[in-house]
Every structure is written in structure tokens, then in C-alpha cells.
Write a new protein. Structure first.
Length: 308
């Protein structure tokens, strides 16, 4: 453990070396916050960051509360599986790890706990209704199921404490180093002028959120923590939803691609429209998400700069 800003207010981030976590950490540092990151094995996407306000820990040491004044914990920790994961894999990553972090949290005397969840806890709604905080979870895969179990554990385990909890349910997040997803798939094909196959005949609506908007809502939770209730759930997403065909066309246009866009008669497990109501986050936090088109413009610009 490296000792840095002893007894100064700090934020602790689990999963801070991954895609979303590293973007969050960089943003928190830009806001002049002291940030502690738990690293499991490597520094990941933070390996090139040098900042006096950033330190790393590698153990669940209860003495941490004696060294640092931690007031908020972000739990973004997850694991990338190298093969087809089993229920046990997901359970160990999303449930067992969350229990361990929650047990550790109770020893630190913090005031806020923020858990990053997923839209995968939902499945198809009747009449293509909009997903909001009141939508009943109905996971159809191991990932969504174990993330929802973790959600419930956060509330149950911290219910009798003074710790305010916030759960944020994200759809697919895109940006540099996202590690997959339809935006990266479409972009790669577009840059190589290869055909872009679009499942569900391109007609399904998707809500995708650009990483900057995802980081924004996570910071706003910290900034507005005094105004939050004991247990809050927020839906996060882009300003709008677009058909898969529209997303493919936008990426092709933004990359000046000669790719042919081909709607295909193949249907993924999540073959239903996704429309998200972010009113609560807008009203309570002042959240201002980008539209999908504006997010894609930033993504393509970022990718172009990355390849210079």
C-alpha cells in the first residue's frame, strides 16, 4: 500500500482500471479529487497515469479508514471471461465479490456507496413500453440475474447503516477500449469498407450511451449526494433511441465508409426495442446525456485521434 494524502477526503473505486472505471478515475482526478483505486492484478488503462492525487491499493485492509477519509465508494468491479462463462463464474464475480466489498465497506465509515448495474436485468416488455426505475426486473441470462442479486444485496446489507446507496443501470456503453459491442463492430467493418451486417433486419431500437455521459452521471451522484435518499435507483442512457440500421448508417457516414449495410434475418436473444426514460436522473441530478448521434461523432473523432 502506498501512503499519499493521509486523512484527506478521498473516493475509493473498485474496478477503476477497466474501461468505464478508468474513464471515471480520470474524470474524478480532473475535478481535483483524491482517488484510491483497488487493483486486482494490473493497472490496466491507468498504467500511464501519474498523479499525486491517485494511489493504488491491492488488499482489503481495514486499517484504510485510519489512513484516509473515504466518503464515497464506487463499485464497478467486473471480470472479462476468456471462455464461455458458467453461472458459477458470474456468481463469483457479481455476487461473491460484491459481498466482500460490502463487508469491507461497513468497516470504513463511508457516507455513500454507488453500484454500477446493467439493463440486462430486464427483458422484453409488453407493447414495447419504456424502461424506467419502476420497471420490474426479469433477467433472462446469468449475467443479468447475478447483477440483480448484487443490487438487492447492496440495499439489504447497507439498509441498517447511515450509508446512502445509489444503483445506476446502464445500457451498452461505447467508447475507446470498450472491448466490443455493436458500435465497435460496426466501426471496424466501416473502416475496412467491409459489409456491415445488421441483425433483426436493422429494425430494433437500441439505446447506447457514450462513455462521457456514463461518467457524467456517476460524478453527479457524488456531487449531489446530500440531496439523495437512502436508497436510489437511476436509469442511465442516451438522450434517444435509434434503430440498428440508423446506427450503422451514421457510423458509415461518419467514417466516409464504402461499406454496404445489409439487414439480416438473424435475431439475438435481446430481440426487443430498448427505450429508456432518464427523467429521474435529469430532474434530481441535472444529468444531460448526449444523443446517440453526438456520442458517435465523439467516438469516431476519438478513434481518429487514437490512430494518428
Amino acid at each position: 500500500m502506498v501512503f499519499g494524502f493521509r486523512k484527506m477526503k478521498a473516493v475509493l473505486v473498485f474496478g477503476g482500471t477497466g474501461f468505464l472505471g478508468s474513464n471515471l478515475v480520470k474524470y474524478l482526478l480532473a475535478q481535483n479529487l483524491n482517488v484510491i483505486v483497488y487493483k486486482h492484478k494490473s493497472l490496466g488503462y491507468l498504467s500511464s497515469i501519474v498523479n499525486d492525487k491517485l494511489i493504488f491499493i491491492d488488499s482489503f485492509d481495514e486499517k484504510l479508514s485510519q489512513l484516509y477519509n473515504i466518503d464515497t465508494i464506487y463499485h464497478l468491479a467486473s471480470k472479462v471471461f476468456s471462455k464461455e462463462p458458467t453461472y458459477e463464474n458470474f456468481y463469483q464475480t457479481n455476487v461473491d465479490l460484491t459481498i466482500k466489498i460490502l463487508d469491507f465497506t461497513k468497516c470504513l465509515g463511508i457516507s455513500q456507496f454507488i453500484y454500477i448495474s446493467t439493463g440486462s436485468i430486464f427483458s422484453k416488455k409488453i407493447n414495447n413500453s419504456i424502461f424506467d426505475e419502476s420497471t420490474c426486473p426479469n433477467p433472462k441470462n446469468y449475467y443479468g440475474l447475478t447483477k440483480y442479486i448484487a443490487e438487492r444485496l447492496v440495499e439489504i446489507e447497507l439498509e441498517k447503516t447511515n450509508i446512502k446507496t445509489s444503483i445506476v443501470r446502464f445500457p451498452s456503453i461505447f467508447g475507446i477500449n470498450s472491448g466490443g459491442g455493436i458500435v465497435e463492430t460496426f466501426y471496424t467493418s466501416a473502416k475496412e469498407s467491409k459489409p456491415i451486417e445488421v441483425y433483426s433486419n436493422g429494425q430494433r431500437l437500441r439505446n447506447l450511451i457514450y462513455v462521457d455521459s456514463a461518467v457524467e452521471i456517476l460524478y453527479l451522484l457524488y456531487k449531489n449526494r446530500e440531496n439523495l435518499g437512502q436508497n436510489e435507483i437511476f436509469m442511465a442512457g442516451s438522450e434517444d433511441s435509434l434503430k440498428l440500421l440508423e446506427i450503422a448508417k451514421l457510423i458509415a457516414n461518419l467514417t466516409d465508409s464504402r461499406s454496404k449495410i445489409i439487414p439480416v434475418d438473424k435475431f439475438p436473444p435481446s430481440d426487443f426495442d430498448v427505450k429508456i426514460d432518464t427523467s429521474k436522473a435529469k430532474n434530481l441530478l441535472g444529468f444531460k446525456p448526449l444523443s446517440i448521434e453526438d456520442g458517435l461523432k465523439r467516438y469516431v473523432e476519438d478513434m481518429n485521434n487514437e490512430n494518428l
